[in-house]
Ligand binder design. Structure first.
Ligand SMILES: C[S@@+](CC[C@H](N)C(=O)[O-])C[C@H]1O[C@@H](n2cnc3c(N)ncnc32)[C@H](O)[C@@H]1O
Length: 307
């Protein structure tokens, strides 16, 4: 790694801030909202920006599947502790979560999809192949199924389907075959081992691309382990139902599968006269954010308002 590269990584870490946060604050009109639900609290970086902006008499509900992330966020938000509650849970259960808190409706509901930097950088969680870690990928560490189970137990066709459907990977068949061949000898246990197999299963020419071929395979497995697309479909519909009149919903997605669901759902509710779409085209990061925060390079923000 050259000195310039090393410096870029350091700077990225120092200047890391929540993706598209200015646009989120503005389009969700946070400064006028009283009950705000952050469905993907993560490390609480967006939530902290919300607190700096929302009215003094407002309240935030922070939801995340990941207990460790909630603990970290709790430390970050301590200053505002009488104005929030944090709940470990799946946002697809947002209706039950709010009902248990005796909150009938919200003024702003926010989703920042995918995994957090905390999850990605902690090799023990198994989300990244940058460092060796166990094949885990569970956002909720108490949940039943992990990536090891899928990689070592699904049939070749089932694996191929997951890679194709959730990773849009053109070499899904070769990769699934390679995995099944290898696990006949010994189970595949680590992230780096899986990434190595993927590299061997794709043609050399595809390795020249900017994105490592294992990226799509890891995305696919993560989506399958955490039932991400089902959760998004259910969570969005329930969230729309829970918005007050003039309440706003905002979603940041990071790949086309997620964005398609958000776009189609907003369109459907707009046709039914329930939502007014605030930005017809998704908001993406500008040059200055991209320079400071590489995490925002594939982010797309869509916002809609309850009629
Ligand atoms: C991109 S991070 C959010 C980062 C956060 N906005 C911040 O500022 O730190 C996404 C978070 O959503 C959580 N998550 C993903 N799917 C979820 C679901 N269905 N229910 C609850 N939390 C979920 C993940 O565990 C992760 O912590």
């Amino acid at each position: 790694m050259s000195c310039t590269e090393a410096k870029t990584i350091e700077m990225t870490e120092i200047f890391h801030y929540p993706v598209l946060y200015r646009e989120v604050l503005d389009l969700l009109d946070i400064k006028h909202k009283k009950i705000i639900v952050d469905c993907t609290l993560g490390l609480g970086s967006h939530a902290l920006k919300f607190f700096e902006t929302m009215p003094k008499n407002s309240f935030l509900v922070g939801i995340d599947k990941d207990k460790e992330a909630l603990n970290e966020a709790d430390k970050k938000l301590k200053l505002f502790e009488d104005r929030y509650t944090l709940i470990q849970g799946d946002f697809s259960n947002i209706d039950t979560i709010l009902r248990n808190l005796q909150i009938a409706a919200a003024d702003a509901i926010f989703f920042d999809l995918g995994v957090s930097m905390y999850q990605l950088r902690n090799s023990e969680r198994g989300f990244s192949f940058a460092k060796e870690g166990p094949l885990d990928m569970r956002m909720d560490k108490d949940s039943f199924l992990n990536a090891y189970d899928l990689v070592n137990n699904l049939s070749e066709t089932e694996l191929e389907n997951i890679f194709r459907k959730f990773g849009e990977e053109r070499y899904s068949k070769n990769i699934a075959r390679k995995i099944v061949e290898k696990r006949k000898q010994t189970p595949i246990t680590t992230t780096t081992e899986l990434a190595g197999l993927v590299t061997k299963a794709v043609p050399l020419s595809s390795l020249k691309h900017y994105i490592h071929p294992a990226t799509r395979i890891f995305q696919a497995l993560r989506i399958a382990v955490n039932c991400e697309l089902e959760a998004l479909k259910n969570g969005l519909r329930k969230a729309i139902g829970l918005l007050n009149k003039n309440g706003r919903i905002g979603v940041i997605s990071f790949h086309s599968l997620e964005d398609r669901i958000v776009k189609e759902t907003f369109k459907e509710y707009s046709k039914r006269g329930v939502l007014n779409i605030i930005n017809k085209k998704p908001v993406i990061a500008g040059d200055s954010e991209l320079n400071e925060n590489m995490a925002s390079r594939s982010a797309k923000l869509r916002v809609a308002e309850k009629i």
